[in-house]
Design a protein around this ligand. Structure first.
Ligand code: F6P
Length: 360
């Protein structure tokens, strides 16, 4: 096996707190193993044009552990296999150019830090011969094969903090406060953020909701003397028999944008309960800012484990959190799937047991 001396690292898709912590760990552990790291800018765009890259030394990553965002930049519409362009087709396949640039830059392996979309692209490049290692990132926590993605804990902590603050204003005005959180296909943030914040109702993509049931739950609270209620809604939640609320349809290179279910639910609940309702959309506040201590540690372990796999010549894998270990799992088993909240999970059972309405 040829010793690995130079590797690339990129961050892809929507950002998440902890991206910089992974980059830092990759750079530091690679440096200590005698491997040079090249940071590729703006996801796979950094492999379309070698000028959009720079060598990263430990000095370049000093102080970034606690920073949100990514020092490399990211994009969620630059799939080189279907790159969006202004042609009648709307897309072009640049994947061969990526492979050529990768070799021309003298890279021997690639660390892709991303969610399902970026990991799927990474897997396609692995099948085209690029030695790839993936690192699972998403605040939505919906990547299969790993117990947790970095970024999720930070998003949950932020949601819980926001719900704490909404409690006092909800109580003062005797209102229903609807809090829309992220989570396209999975309700992990809604459920864990809602439980941590003491929400009364949690609506998530896994359980289509019936607002008659939600109204009944709010009335039941009122019969016990409660004059306000907190309703957490995942952006991907939908009513029984209905669809998700879209902000923007999908277009070439871009997935559809969700958003707006919170305002719809708030309006309907106001009509149905007669109680004033307001909606707060947490949106990108959940993705911004620095990582929690948990995410810093997880991200650091992921970065170190990714370099260790490269040193051992193990490719086509994603590093995964299987407590107490970080283990490699095949990218082929991960991509194109979604880890939703199991309906028989302890989290769901606990929510029901303490009387949280899940809208069903
Ligand atoms: O995938 C993570 C996520 O936070 C989703 O929950 C959300 O729908 C999406 O990113 C929004 O991404 P952007 O605004 O960057 O398109």
């Amino acid at each position: 096996m040829t010793p690995i001396k130079r590797i690339g690292v990129l961050t892809g898709g929507g950002d998440a707190p902890g991206l910089n912590a992974v980059i830092r760990a990759v750079v530091k552990s690679a440096y200590n193993a005698g491997i040079e790291v090249v940071g590729l800018e703006d996801s796979f765009d950094g492999l379309l044009d070698s000028s959009r890259s720079r060598v990263l030394t430990p000095n370049d990553v000093t102080g970034i552990l606690r920073l949100g965002g990514t020092i490399l930049g990211t994009t969620n519409h630059g799939n080189p296999f279907q790159y969006p362009v202004e042609t009648p087709d709307g897309k072009v396949d640049y994947s061969d150019r990526v492979v050529e640039t990768f070799h021309a830059m003298g890279l021997q392996a690639l660390v892709v830090i991303g969610g399902d979309g970026s990991l799927s692209i990474a897997h396609q490049f692995y099948l085209k011969g690029i030695p790839v290692v993936g690192v699972p990132k998403t605040i939505d926590n919906d990547i299969v094969g790993t117990n947790s993605c970095f970024g999720f804990d930070s998003a949950v902590a932020f949601a819980a903090h926001a719900i704490d603050r909404l409690h006092t204003t909800a109580e003062a005005h005797k209102r229903i406060m609807v809090v829309e959180v992220m989570g396209r296909h999975a309700g992990w943030i809604a459920l864990q953020g809602g439980l941590a914040g003491g929400a009364d109702v949690i609506l998530m993509p896994e359980i289509p909701y019936d607002l008659d049931k939600v109204t009944a739950a709010i009335r039941k609270r009122e019969s016990f003397g409660a004059k306000f209620s907190i309703v957490v809604v995942a952006e991907g939640a939908k009513p029984i028999g209905g669809g998700v609320t879209l902000r923007e349809e999908a277009k070439p290179g871009y997935v559809e944008r969700l958003g707006g279910v919170g305002i719809v639910v708030a309006g309907q609940l106001e009509d149905m309960t007669g109680r004033e309702s307001r909606c707060v959309v947490l949106g990108h506040l959940q993705r911004g800012g620095g990582p929690t201590a948990f995410d810093r540690v997880l991200a650091t372990r992921y970065g170190g484990a990714a370099v260790e796999l490269i040193r051992r010549g193990v490719f086509g894998k994603m590093v995964a959190n299987h407590p107490p270990d970080i283990v490699p799992v095949p990218l082929a088993d991960v991509v194109g799937r979604t880890k939703t909240v199991p309906l028989d999970s302890d989290l769901i059972k606990t929510a029901r047991a303490i009387g949280v309405s899940l809208g069903d």
